[in-house]
Write a protein that binds this ligand. Structure first.
Ligand SMILES: Cc1cc2nc3c(=O)[nH]c(=O)nc-3n(C[C@H](O)[C@H](O)[C@H](O)COP(=O)(O)OP(=O)(O)OC[C@H]3O[C@@H](n4cnc5c(N)ncnc54)[C@H](O)[C@@H]3O)c2cc1C
Length: 453
């Protein structure tokens, strides 16, 4: 079978390409899963807030546009013949190839990482394994990695009544999202709700015969699963406790011939048009290595909110327009019990590491007029580069969702806005939805920076 465009991968990047190009080209999306998943919602399935089916994306997202959906795994690619092979048997040829294979959980190669009960958290199989163990009496879990995914999963497991430890080698939670000042509130909430938070702790080894029995940390502490009764899950694995690594992801490139495409730690190297070093071969989403917007150097950015715009840029270019993606800004958010926490751009630690001289501005208001009964706390931090006064980062913590404020700060970064631009921000106010007209959290944080400069 010959296609104009073959996309390997049916995640957010692949789906975005299908939606935009499926009616313009003869196109195939290849993916192995029965269902494409809404990964972001997986912790809430564990928590029983939504059922698993709610996490399944409809195939029509791909097929409604006219694109073909091929269920299978690309096992090899021959760039000379313009051919991919599916499930080691079916060759499919392409004029243009898009690699959108995402990334897989990184499980450090330590002793015991292959024991039963040690896992990552990304696939439907991961989700169903946890659900079946929960159903069969699982009592103990250790989540490694206190980033957004680890924190959301730890809360879900705690909600199900488990004894939960959350371990991170960093000295704070959410180290890639917010500074230590904002992380403190999240840490307090986790501890207050009974999650054992173990920071400055690196997992050294996991011991046991067939399943994880003890987890050893580099500070000498040991987490024992031995007291708990064994329980079996859907795949006949018997475990006494669960160890879930939420320690980041690595690009999925295992099916590619070695040394043909330029790669970096983050994945396949692409330019602003999502082109690889080979003509007619492109990469988008988590499998691609790309630059940060502020540093213009290779940067982390494994987020659906980066994968989708990368795919949109590529789709535009394949339609004959001239689009470019300027780099990851990495706006992201999470929820820690009653608090919503988000960050964008560079954190202070990351900015200092990059050699920026920074000034931080803070504001603390309420989400509604302070006289209103439903008001919640709202704290904003904005980071500016001292000389240019350009905004390079921001963080928000609140009792109400923060993504709109995070997106506003991202937009300021994207447009090269300065502290003065934010001071001049035109905003709205209403008793149920904002602080008084006399004050706006973004403006006040920017004014705080101006006062310091
Ligand atoms: C639990 C969890 C929560 C998350 N929460 C958020 C969030 O709140 N916000 C956010 O922005 N991001 C979040 N993310 C990250 C986000 O899901 C990813 O960044 C995003 O899915 C990347 O999209 P992608 O299309 O590049 O890759 P993926 O979604 O990983 O899709 C890759 C696809 O390629 C397929 N594939 C791989 N190899 C092959 C092959 N050889 N042949 C055929 N198909 C192949 C895969 O099976 C899959 O279908 C979360 C991730 C997880 C796991």
């Amino acid at each position: 079978m010959m296609y104009d465009i073959v996309v390997i991968g049916g995640g957010p990047a692949g789906i975005t390409l299908a939606k935009r190009l499926g009616n313009k080209y003869k196109m195939a999306i290849v993916r192995p899963e029965d269902h494409s998943l809404i990964y972001c919602a997986m912790p809430y399935v564990v928590e029983d807030l939504i059922n698993e089916e709610k996490c399944f994306k409809k195939d029509e997202l791909v097929t409604d546009s006219g694109a073909n959906l091929i269920r299978g795994t690309v096992t090899s690619v021959d760039f000379d013949k313009n051919e991919v092979v599916i499930n080691n048997q079916t060759p499919v040829t392409y004029r243009k190839l898009v690699i959108a294979t995402g990334a897989v959980p990184f499980i450090p190669p330590i002793e015991g990482s292959n024991l039963d009960g040690v896992m990552g958290f990304k696939t439907q199989a991961d989700l169903e394994k946890i659900q079946s163990l929960l159903k069969n009496g699982l009592k103990r879990a250790v989540v490694i990695g206190a980033g957004a995914i680890g924190i959301e999963l730890a809360q879900a497991l705690k909600h199900k009544g488990l004894d939960v430890s959350l371990v991170d080698m960093a000295s704070q939670v959410l180290p890639n999202l917010v500074g230590i000042d904002f992380a403190q509130k999240a840490a307090e909430e986790l501890s207050k709700n009974g999650i054992h938070l173990m920071l400055n702790s690196r997992v050294e080894k996991i011991t046991g015969k067939t399943y994880a029995n003890e987890l050893h940390l580099d500070n000498g502490e040991v987490i024992y699963f031995g007291d708990y009764a064994p329980c079996s899950g859907n795949n006949n694995e018997t475990v006494k406790g669960l160890v879930v690594f939420a320690t980041g992801v690595v690009p999925e490139l295992s099916f590619l011939p070695k040394g043909v495409l330029n790669t970096n730690r983050g994945g396949i190297v692409v330019n602003e048009r999502m082109e690889t070093n080979l003509p007619n071969v492109y990469a988008v989403g988590d499998c691609a290595d790309f630059k940060g917007f502020i540093t213009q150097e290779s940067a982390p950015g494994k987020l659906a909110t980066n994968a989708v715009p990368m795919a949109m840029v590529l789709a535009n270019n394949l339609l004959g327009n001239n689009s470019s993606y300027k780099g990851f800004i990495n706006g992201a958010a999470t929820k820690v019990y009653d608090y919503y926490i988000g960050g964008t751009g560079l954190s202070a630690a990351a900015a200092l590491k990059e050699g920026f001289e920074i000034v931080k501005g803070y504001s603390q208001l309420t989400t509604q007029f302070p006289i209103m009964p439903g008001k919640k706390e709202l704290r904003v931090k904005i980071l500016a580069e001292k000389n240019s006064k350009q905004i390079i980062g921001g963080q928000v913590i609140s009792g109400e969702p923060v993504t709109n404020l995070i997106d506003l700060i991202s937009f300021a970064i994207q447009k090269g806005a300065t502290v003065n631009d934010l001071i001049e921000l035109s905003y709205s106010a209403q008793p149920y939805q904002s602080f008084y007209p006399a004050g706006n959290a973004i403006v006040m944080a920017a004014e705080n920076i101006a006062n310091k400069i």
